[in-house]
Design a protein around this ligand. Structure first.
Ligand SMILES: NC(=O)C1=CN([C@@H]2O[C@H](COP(=O)(O)OP(=O)(O)OC[C@H]3O[C@@H](n4cnc5c(N)ncnc54)[C@H](OP(=O)(O)O)[C@@H]3O)[C@@H](O)[C@H]2O)C=CC1
Ligand SMILES: CC(C)CCC[C@@H](C)[C@H]1CC=C2C3=C(CC[C@@]21C)[C@@]1(C)CC[C@H](O)C(C)(C)[C@@H]1CC3
Length: 422
């Protein structure tokens, strides 16, 4: 708390993501990377290493239907977010001692979306056309993230000091635009960060995957086992996130990070278009998967999911109610803040068991695409870098919060993500 007060009153020099240089280059490079990856995924060679790189012609980047579809989709989800369905949950205590309220109806939004998609299929709407619209949709989603980020940056100057994020107020406009100045920007009761993190992009990812599956059916009369596995695994991941929506209220993104370009672009463009690369790859590069290979991949995804879910739930239950029977017998160490740290159970295996499970799942999502190309493994590589970087950020924050108790935890549980490796 002391540290964040200091950061708010005097611009901090502590910068992440490569500081101002990173913040100036990433908003240009990441959108180009998405377009590059999408166009490589549909090219016959699908080569990431081809020089000069495979770039889409400008005519492939625009379709007047794309902005209409995107705005319709975001409006539908804003409407579903506002529906009085499900419960209302409170976030963690803010700097001014208050708590914000959040609707927990993301799973309802997913079920309604799936119902609407079924209706569209029944009406004969060619969902496979999404394959041809992917590049224009990605361009529009990028445009929307820029517009949203400009709005967030400008409106943050009207926010009270206690509503600002610790890391996004350096006074450098480029950096602050990128990281995000305000912690929980809202229009009335509508929480923009919470909405974007879980609704249009995450559910949009499932829709893009389904579009790729339908395209495959159009081209080859049936969906391949590889495509079904990728769709099934990623649907499970999204459904799990929305079923456990309340748990997002205690993640780093909601509690600590401001809402700026990085998260806006990540939520609205990166997740739906870069996370669906395996499905778009499979449309043009079919893979024959045998029953034994498919079973092994299902097992790997199952193990990853089990570790991911059990460890995330164990920590959530412990943080909400340390006396809960499922966690009360676990060994813990005390910290000066009054909070305790788990040192047995999942959190005694490695310091980030949830990242380990997530990474095993990431590998299981790529394996159905075979070993002929690198592109389907892009997600595994990116995600490893993201989680190693995230682990380091979290470690810094925990050391600042818990001091010696954190060092004792690190001694007791020496490995960060991979047992005996890292
Ligand atoms: N698919 C994707 O693109 C992404 C997925 N994720 C996933 O999101 C999930 C959430 O990840 P993330 O928000 O990064 O962080 P975590 O859920 O791992 O939360 C980290 C926090 O947990 C608490 N904590 C750490 N160690 C212990 C312990 N031993 N006992 C009790 N509490 C502890 C600390 O907070 P405190 O003590 O203050 O409670 C720490 O800051 C993960 O499963 C991750 O894989 C994340 C990023 C991207
Ligand atoms: C654009 C940059 C390269 C990086 C942007 C990062 C974002 C894409 C991710 C930051 C944290 C995320 C989380 C999820 C999705 C990806 C982003 C937004 C998450 C919603 C996925 C589903 C999980 O179950 C979760 C735990 C709810 C995740 C929370 C963090």
């Amino acid at each position: 708390m002391k540290q964040s007060t200091k950061r708010r009153s005097s611009p901090t020099t502590e910068r992440e993501f490569g500081g101002t240089l990173g913040a100036s280059c990433i908003p240009v490079l990441l959108p180009l990377l998405v377009l590059f990856l999408l166009s490589v995924s549909r090219s016959p060679g699908a080569s990431l290493l081809q020089w000069p790189p495979q770039l889409p012609p400008t005519s492939a980047l625009w379709d007047p239907l794309a902005p209409l579809l995107l705005l319709g989709w975001v409006t539908l989800h804003a409407f579903l977010y506002l529906l009085p369905l499900g419960k209302v949950s409170e976030g963690l205590v803010l700097k001014n001692g208050t708590r914000l309220q959040y609707p927990v109806n993301g799973f309802h939004a997913l079920v309604i979306s799936v119902g609407l998609l079924q209706l569209l299929l029944w009406l004969g709407v060619p969902l496979g056309s999404l394959f041809d619209l992917l590049l224009p949709l990605a361009v529009c989603a990028t445009g929307l993230s820029f517009l949203l980020s400009f709005y967030l940056y400008i409106s943050s100057f009207w926010a009270p000091p206690h509503a600002l994020a610790p890391g996004g107020n350096t006074g450098n406009p480029l950096y602050d635009f990128f990281i995000g100045r305000e912690l929980n920007p809202r229009i009335g009761n509508f929480d923009l960060k919470y909405f974007c993190e879980l609704r249009p992009g995450l559910i949009g990812w499932v829709v893009v995957n389904l579009g790729m599956l339908m395209k495959e059916v159009e081209l080859r009369d049936e969906a391949s086992l590889a495509m079904l596995l990728v769709n099934g695994f990623q649907l499970l991941y999204v459904a799990d996130a929305l079923w456990n929506e309340e748990a997002v209220l205690t993640t780093m993104d909601i509690v600590h990070d401001g809402f700026g370009f990085m998260l806006a672009f990540g939520d609205l463009a990166w997740v739906p278009f870069a996370y669906s690369l395996q499905a778009s790859f499979l449309v043009v590069h079919p893979v024959e998967l045998g029953a034994a290979a498919a079973s092994a991949i299902v097992l790997l995804n199952g193990i990853g999911y089990y570790i991911f879910r059990k460890s995330n739930s164990q920590k959530n239950v412990f943080r909400r109610d340390p006396k809960h029977p499922s966690v009360s017998s676990l060994e813990t160490i005390a910290t000066a803040t009054g909070k305790r740290l788990l040192v047995s159970g999942w959190w005694g295996l490695v310091r980030h068991p949830n990242y380990l499970g997530d990474l095993l799942m990431a590998l299981a999502w790529s394996l159905p695409c075979g070993f002929s190309h690198l592109l389907p493994y892009f997600y595994v590589g990116y995600f490893t870098v993201l989680l190693v970087h995230r682990e380091a950020r979290d470690e810094r924050q925990c050391r600042a919060k818990y001091g010696q108790a954190w060092d004792a935890y690190c001694q007791r549980v020496p490995y960060r993500i991979f047992p005996y490796l890292y």
